[in-house]
Design a protein around this ligand. Structure first.
Ligand code: HEC
Length: 390
């Protein structure tokens, strides 16, 4: 980790502890800072284009690092780039460089930002002029100075938002399904109303998560090693398979009451069928894999908070569900648990169950592969980062 990065983490932590204090204090101590020049119509048009063309998803205009470099103070910046031929050189960003960056983004790859690919932009001459005018405006010293005063607070508040979202989403899952809150909510809203409340809390958490994550600064902890992109692409089809098979079979607790209750004659090895022979918690295990490999492949602060939280939820969720089922389902659970394992294939390897591929069928694995391929292709457009390993 280099010094500017440490400095930016330190200033973020400071802003987290004392929200907005540094900016306010600075403003007062130094008197009124120089006012930025008014925005011309062309500059305003460029701002609009940055939003409507989705540039803002990857480039901030306030100094926050996102997937791509910030557009604040871009003009005149010294920048290390890697040419298509692989040579590394340092350039000063000027109008010609910017034009090339828009028309052929990968001709000179900016280094020190996330390894995501910038999709080539199809802008007509007028749009290009407006965007260049806006980038020029964003490089005006007074505009840069104003943004720098506010940036740490903004970066910190989006990280706070993200943390809050993860806490609501993850904490909500545990709290609402736990023994203290669930019964009283069911008493109040009924068995039918409860899932609605649950989904509402999850949706609120997820909204905060998405809101915070999109705006969160990109603070690299270590540079992501290239092999991690392969890791994700090797593991994700497996994760999708578990998620699809797990979701199709309904929740594990439902599987317990469906089959564990049947009388002992046929229950012997049939208490757990299909994917439940492999693991008791297929969907959880799929989400666990998803979170874990995304965490490893994205060693930056925001991604670790998001994917770390989700991995924790999926992993600890398995233990939580088991404890609740043991309490609520008694004998049925004992029989189900005896034939299943949390760790995939553990029960099969221990001779407590067997793999019956026929019960899994072909359709669901095919759906899983289709989802994997679909999300792989859409990844760049939805999340602003290509998921391809090359
Ligand atoms: C999917 C994310 C993404 C989108 C959308 C995107 N960019 Fe980029 N952009 C990047 C990345 C990553 C880089 C750095 C790598 C490179 O130089 O190609 C970059 C580089 C740039 C650069 C050069 C910056 C430098 O420091 O070298 C400019 C200028 C730029 N983008 C402008 C735009 C504009 C304008 C739009 C919208 C019309 C846009 N980008 C849309 C990701 C994106």
């Amino acid at each position: 980790m280099n010094t500017p990065r440490l400095a930016s983490i330190a200033s973020l932590l400071l802003a987290l502890l004392v929200p907005h204090a540094p900016a306010a204090a600075q403003g007062k101590a130094k008197g009124a800072p120089p006012a930025p020049p008014p925005e011309t119509e062309l500059v305003k048009r460029g701002h609009k284009l940055l939003r409507s063309r989705g540039c803002n998803a990857c480039h901030s205009d306030d100094g926050t690092a996102r997937v791509g470099p910030t557009l604040l103070g871009l003009l005149g910046r010294r920048q290390k780039v890697k040419t298509r031929a692989g040579a590394v050189r340092e350039v000063t960003v000027d109008a010609a460089y910017l034009q090339r960056a828009l028309r052929d983004p990968e001709a000179d790859r900016a280094l020190g930002v996330s390894p995501a690919i910038m999709p080539p932009q199809r802008l007509d001459a007028a749009e290009e002029r407006a965007i260049l005018a806006t980038i020029t405006y964003l490089s005006h010293p007074a505009v840069v100075a104003r943004a720098k005063r506010n940036a740490p607070a903004q970066g910190a508040s989006s990280l706070m938002m993200l943390i809050l979202g993860v806490v609501i989403f993850v904490g909500g899952h545990f709290a609402l399904s736990g023994r203290y809150i669930r019964p009283s909510l069911i008493a109040k809203f009924g068995e039918k109303g409860f899932p609605g409340i649950f989904s509402l809390v999850a949706a609120v958490g997820l909204t905060f998560v998405i809101w915070g994550y999109i705006r969160a600064p990109y603070i690299e902890i270590v540079p992501p090693p290239p092999w991690t992109r392969w890791l994700v692409n090797i593991v994700m089809p497996i994760a999708w398979l578990f998620i699809v098979l797990g979701s199709a079979g309904g929740p594990t607790t439902a599987a317990v009451s469906k089959r564990g209750d049947t009388d002992a004659d046929n229950a012997d090895d049939d208490v757990a069928r299909g994917i439940h022979r492999v693991t008791r918690h297929p969907a959880n295990f799929g989400f666990f894999l998803w979170g874990l490999v995304h965490c490893i492949a994205n060693p930056d602060v925001a991604a670790c908070i998001l994917f770390g939280g989700m991995t924790l939820l999926a992993g600890a969720g398995m233990l939580h569900i088991d404890r609740r089922a043991a309490r609520d389902k008694g004998e049925a659970w004992t029989r189900f648990a005896a034939k299943t394992s949390r760790l995939p294939f553990a029960a099969i390897l221990a001779g407590r169950n067997r793999l019956v591929l026929r019960e899994i069928g072909l359709l669901r694995p095919l759906i899983a592969i289709a989802l994997y391929v679909g999300v792989l292709i859409a990844h760049l457009y939805i999340f602003g980062a290509s998921a391809l390993p090359f």
